[in-house]
Design a protein around this ligand. Structure first.
Ligand SMILES: Nc1ncnc2c1ncn2[C@@H]1O[C@H](COP(=O)(O)OP(=O)(O)OP(=O)(O)O)[C@@H](O)[C@H]1O
Length: 344
């Protein structure tokens, strides 16, 4: 049986806070080792199957990069275990590295005096990709991110976004079995971000044994791309499921929004109908907006019937779907865009 693409068990990583000034120099008391340890990852147990596009969603400082660094053999765990493609990230690191690749949206890697093509070629050769294959992949990837006209530019002359696109190309030219993308579209313009998302989806479809783990701050991106997601906060996994299942968890009742022409009061009876959990209205200068939550979805038929019978005119009607933002707020207690700053 094929091993899991990623498996972590009780994975924990602590960082040591800088030592406080000695107490006889200041009024602060000396701190013990346990107080100096900051837990960035706390007993994380995750399973990612081969072929999955798996997302990590969490606020700043949640521990996403720490997790990716451990999975890509760049950082040792403090305790617990992590296996990638069936290989232990510590004991089998040498065997594992050729099978994986990692790109971080915020990194500024590469040699400034080399041009874009030379940088990518050098990287491909380090991974043992034959020159002809590397050239072909580089051309393809530069086209994908719209960087073909910068192929011969020194990378020190690139803008931040262009450099990020070059790094994105770097992730794919080694054709890794398991790819880690840390914020691949961070700060990119809308068109470039869309091109990258489309490419990522196509790349995954091309070969079913590829696995991709992605972190992103963009809820819509996570929703569009990921087969499953883990929501992580303060080093702990709070939930792990498909975007659809996560959204279902927060929406206890189906909700419909109806826009009614003003001038009649039929909506007043809606909340008393069987199958209706709650009905609220907001009056605007031109409409009455009715929001109905239903205990059973078919009750929407009775709602429409009651409104029409009372002489109401329905202008628009739509079902309100919860978003991943709603899931996130429910689990974490605040939105992803609200920056709480370091929690250490
Ligand atoms: N080398 C380090 N030494 C001390 N603390 C660290 C170190 N690296 C990370 N941390 C702390 O560990 C926590 C998790 O950091 P990490 O970079 O994994 O978060 P993240 O989820 O990737 O955040 P972001 O979305 O902002 O990139 C943070 O509170 C951070 O300050």
């Amino acid at each position: 049986m094929e091993p899991l693409a990623i498996r972590t068990e009780g994975l924990t990583r602590t960082y040591r806070k800088p030592r406080k000034r000695r107490w006889w120099w200041s009024k602060s008391k000396p701190v013990g080792a346990e107080e100096r340890d900051f837990v960035a990852l706390d007993q994380v147990s995750l399973e990612v199957r081969p072929g999955e596009l798996f997302g990590l969603l969490g606020p700043n400082g949640a521990g996403k990069t720490t997790l990716i660094k451990i999975l890509t053999t760049l950082l040792a765990p403090s305790s617990g275990s992590a296996r990638v493609d069936g290989l232990d990230v510590i004991a089998d690191a040498e065997l594992l590295r050729p099978r994986i690749n990692m790109v971080s949206g915020g990194e500024s890697s590469g040699y400034g005096i080399l041009n874009v093509r030379e940088n990518l070629w050098l990287f491909a050769r380090i991974y043992g990709v034959p020159t002809a294959v590397a050239e072909e992949r580089i051309d393809k990837m530069l086209g994908v991110v719209g960087l073909t006209d910068k192929a011969t530019s020194r990378i020190s002359y690139l803008s931040t976004g262009q450099r990020q696109k070059m790094n994105f190309c770097r992730g794919f030219i080694t054709d890794p079995k398991i790819l880690f993308l840390d914020e691949p579209t961070l700060g990119l313009d809308v068109t470039s971000a869309r091109a990258i998302r489309t490419f990522v989806k196509d790349w995954m479809k091309e070969r079913p044994d590829r696995t991709l783990l992605l972190t992103t701050h963009y809820m819509a991106e996570a929703d569009e791309l990921c087969d499953r997601l883990a929501i992580i906060d303060r080093g702990k996994v709070l939930a792990c499921d498909t975007p659809a299942n996560l959204k279902r968890q927060v929406q206890k009742y189906p909700i419909y929004e109806l826009s009614l022409a003003p001038g009649h009061q039929g909506w007043g009876e809606v909340s008393k109908l069987p199958g209706v959990h709650q009905a609220t209205t907001t009056t605007t200068p031109t409409t009455v907006e009715l929001k109905v939550s239903l205990i059973e979805e078919p009750a929407i038929g009775a709602v429409v019937q009651a409104l029409v019978t009372a002489g109401g005119r329905i202008l628009t009607m739509k079902k309100v779907e919860p978003t991943l933002e709603d899931v996130f707020i429910e689990l974490v207690g605040h939105g992803l865009t609200e920056d709480e700053g370091p929690k250490g």
